[in-house]
Each structure stands twice: as C-alpha cells, then as structure tokens.
Design a protein around this ligand. Structure first.
Ligand SMILES: *Cc1c(COP(=O)(O)O)cnc(C)c1O
Length: 417
C-alpha cells in the first residue's frame, strides 16, 4: 500500500523546493499524537519542526479534534455573508494583538496575508494622495512567502532575485540588522540614510520582528525595531510586521514586537494561528490605515480569497488560542521551559543561538539534508535542516525528555550533515 503510494508520489507529486525528476526521499506519515509523528514502518519521531512551526500544541489534541467535529458549517463564501467563528476569531485576535490593530482581514495562507498587507500599504498611500510611493523598504535576510509580491521582499540572494530580474518589483534593501548587542547605531545610520534617500517612493517598511526565519534564522537586536518605528513615523511610511513565524509566543513574548515595545500599523499572523490544523492567516491593521484605504480612489480593499473567513479553520483557531492561554500554565511558562532546556542542551555546539522556543546551530558549510535528516531520525527525531542551518522549533508541549532528545538529534545532524 505504502510502497505504491510512495512510488506514485515520486512520479507525480511536487514537494516543496524539490526536483520532480530527481526528488529527495520522503517518509510516509500515517498518524501523529502528542509531539510524535508515526511512520508507515511503525517508527515514531519526535517532531522538532512543529510541522513548519505551526503545531504548537502537538498532534491529536482532544480540544482541537473536538473543535473540528463541532462544526456544522464548514465553509460559506465571505462576500455578502459572514459566520460566527470568523467574527469571534477577529474579536479574539483584536484582543490579543498590540493595541490599535482593530481591523482584521482573514486570509487563507501566510503569503496571501503578506500580499494583502503590501496592498494595504499601496492603497493607503494612494488614499493620502501619494500614489508614487510604490516600493517597500526592508532588510536583507528576510522571508515573507513565495508568491511574487512576497518574494520581492525576501532576501535578494536567498530569494534568488537574479532569477526573477525584471519580473519582481524592485524593493529597497537595508543591511541585515545586527545581533543583540551588535552595532545598532551603525545599522540605524544606514537605515535612516536609505529611508531618506527613497522617501518619495517608499510606501512601507516590512520586516519580521526580532527573528528572521526561513531567510536564515537570524536573531537581531530589538532596538532596531524602534529605529524602524521612528523612521516610518518620520517619513509617513507604514510599518508592517510579519509575525507569521514569530507570533503566538514562539520568541518568548506573545508578539516578537513586544521585545521592543513597538506597535505596527499592519501585522500579519499565520502558521501557529490554527495550531497547525488548517491553513489560516490574517492581516490586521489600525483604524487609521483602514480609513485611509477606504478613502482611496477605489474606496475598497481589492482582495478576496475564495476561502476567506473559512468557518472550520476559524473554529479550530479559536480552540487553539484557548489552549495558548490555558495549557500547562499558558504559553509563557511552556516557552520559557522549552527554551531553557534547549539553551542548556545545545550549549557548546558551533554557531548556536536560541530565542524563546527556537534553537539554531549554524555550520560553516551547507548541510547535506538527506544525511542530516537520516542522522536525526536515527535519534528518533524529525528535523528538516536548510542551507547551513540545523534548527528546531519544538511544540510548546514537548517535555524536558523530548527536548533533550531533540538536542541530541540536532547535535548528531550537525556532526554528520
Ligand atoms: C511561512 C512564512 C510566510 C508564508 O506563509 P505561508 O502560509 O507558507 O504562505 C510568510 N512570512 C513568514 C515570516 C513566514 O515564516
């Protein structure tokens, strides 16, 4: 059974960032519970990736399973209609988000929420009579998704901008912000100079706050965010914070922006929003931004995904947000515990950095992904290294023993990969 499916998969099914003719091997998952994935051969692996950072409460959570089963209306179009779970989720997000982010666009994936955020910035500038402000100012080392607008604000090298030259909007890139304790002043001078130089064409600054994820797992000094807030206020740009990877406690604060006490004009959330059960994201903005857009020539925000406000996904997201504050004392206690254990378990490895429940080891060479993955699997752990990075973002419910096992696997993967 599994063999037939794996053979068909190899011939016909795209996997992320792979060749169709020479794909790297995949493993067949048949089930999952707690922090463990179950494979077709009966092997169990502790998931050190939380399914790309989404499954923060682990798998098969009775509360989330019950939420899925409770739904009697899975989906209804959002144009001209609405549904209670979508409205309740918007209400909950507004209550959790930094003060002032009160208008909610429910999107069907993180990339779409970033596209919506970019569009909000462009339409807002139009509404203010500044249609020539059409570029984004961002920093190197970022990742915001794989659609074209998103790609344009990803790191130009990591995002392979040379491959898309002429096709991607050309954005303005400041240097990557320095690590905590680094030369914030020097970086800020460059950032201010670029902003001033391009003030007539920039609509918004967009960045991932404090932790840059898929662009290289870089942690930067929160003071840089305060510089960005000052600069955007000074020039009348919007500040868009992409909290898709960092939101819901992952970095040790509910929002990574809280490390700096900064409130953005637009914020994107996704990934952990539905506890890893269903695809869901949101772009939230202030009342001022919403009004500005509605005053623009079109008068409306020009976006509307088919599955906007999906009732099933919103129901699970509400249950996941309930767990976030109640489970085992709440996310803060869980993330602090997992983070401390990670920091202890990874100490001494090369190029190690940790923040919240994130642990990263940076090698001095590109990782052999197949070998490193295999080494981790032999330790009973699922990891998916990329570039020169072996990293983990465990589910918040991982026990001390689970985290220790993950750390051993990271060490092994870093050694052989
Ligand atoms: C994953 C990610 C995205 C894209 O989200 P998708 O749901 O994969 O489209 C955007 N921004 C950040 C910071 C991400 O980590």
């Amino acid at each position: 059974m599994s063999e037939h499916l794996l053979a068909y998969d190899r011939e016909h099914v795209w996997h992320p960032y792979t060749s169709m003719t020479d794909p790297t091997p995949v493993r067949m998952v048949t089930g999952a519970s707690g922090v463990r994935l179950r494979l077709d051969d009966g092997t169990e692996l502790v998931d050190g990736m939380s399914s790309w950072w989404a499954a923060i409460h682990g798998y098969g959570r009775p509360e989330l399973d019950a939420a899925v089963r409770s739904v009697d209306l899975a989906h209804v179009m959002f144009g001209g209609l609405t549904n209670a779970p979508a409205v309740r989720l918007a209400e909950r997000l507004v209550s959790l988000a930094p003060a002032g982010l009160e208008r909610v666009f429910l999107a069907d994936s993180g990339s779409v929420s970033v596209e919506v955020a970019l569009k909000m910035a462009l339409q807002w500038q139009r509404g203010r009579g500044r249609p020539e402000r059409r570029r984004m100012l961002t920093v190197r080392g970022g990742y915001h998704g794989d659609t074209f607008g998103c790609m344009s604000v990803c790191d130009p090298d990591g995002g392979m901008h040379s491959m898309w030259a002429g096709l991607l909007p050309e954005q303005v890139f400041a240097p990557r912000p320095p690590a905590p304790g680094g030369d914030v002043e020097g970086w800020a001078a460059d950032f201010r100079r670029l902003a001033a130089e391009h003030r007539d064409e920039v609509a918004a600054v967009i960045v991932e706050p404090v932790l840059q994820g898929a662009g290289g797992m870089w942690v930067y000094d929160p003071a840089c965010l305060r510089v960005m807030r000052e600069v955007t206020d000074e020039h009348g740009f919007l500040l868009v914070l992409d909290e898709i990877a960092t939101g819901f406690g992952r970095t040790g604060e509910l929002w990574a922006a809280d490390h700096a006490g900064v409130v953005p004009d637009v914020m994107c959330v996704g990934k952990a929003l539905s506890g890893g059960y269903l695809t869901l994201a949101a772009a939230m903005c202030t009342d001022e931004v919403a009004r500005g857009i509605s005053d623009s020539d079109s008068g409306v925000l020009m976006h509307g995904p088919t599955f906007m406000g999906n009732a099933l996904a919103c129901t699970v997201a509400l249950a996941s947000l309930d767990l976030l504050v109640t489970d085992g004392g709440g996310w803060a206690a869980q993330v602090a515990r997992v983070g401390a254990r990670l920091t202890a378990g990874l100490a001494g490895l090369p190029g190690v950095r940790t923040l919240g429940a994130v642990g990263v080891v940076q090698l001095d060479h590109p990782v052999d992904v197949v070998k490193a993955t295999q080494a981790a699997a032999e330790e009973g752990v699922w990891l998916r290294p990329f570039r020169d990075l072996v990293y983990t973002m465990p589910p918040y419910v991982a026990t001390d023993a689970d985290v220790d096992q993950i750390c051993r696997a990271v060490a092994r993967a870093a050694e052989v990969g």
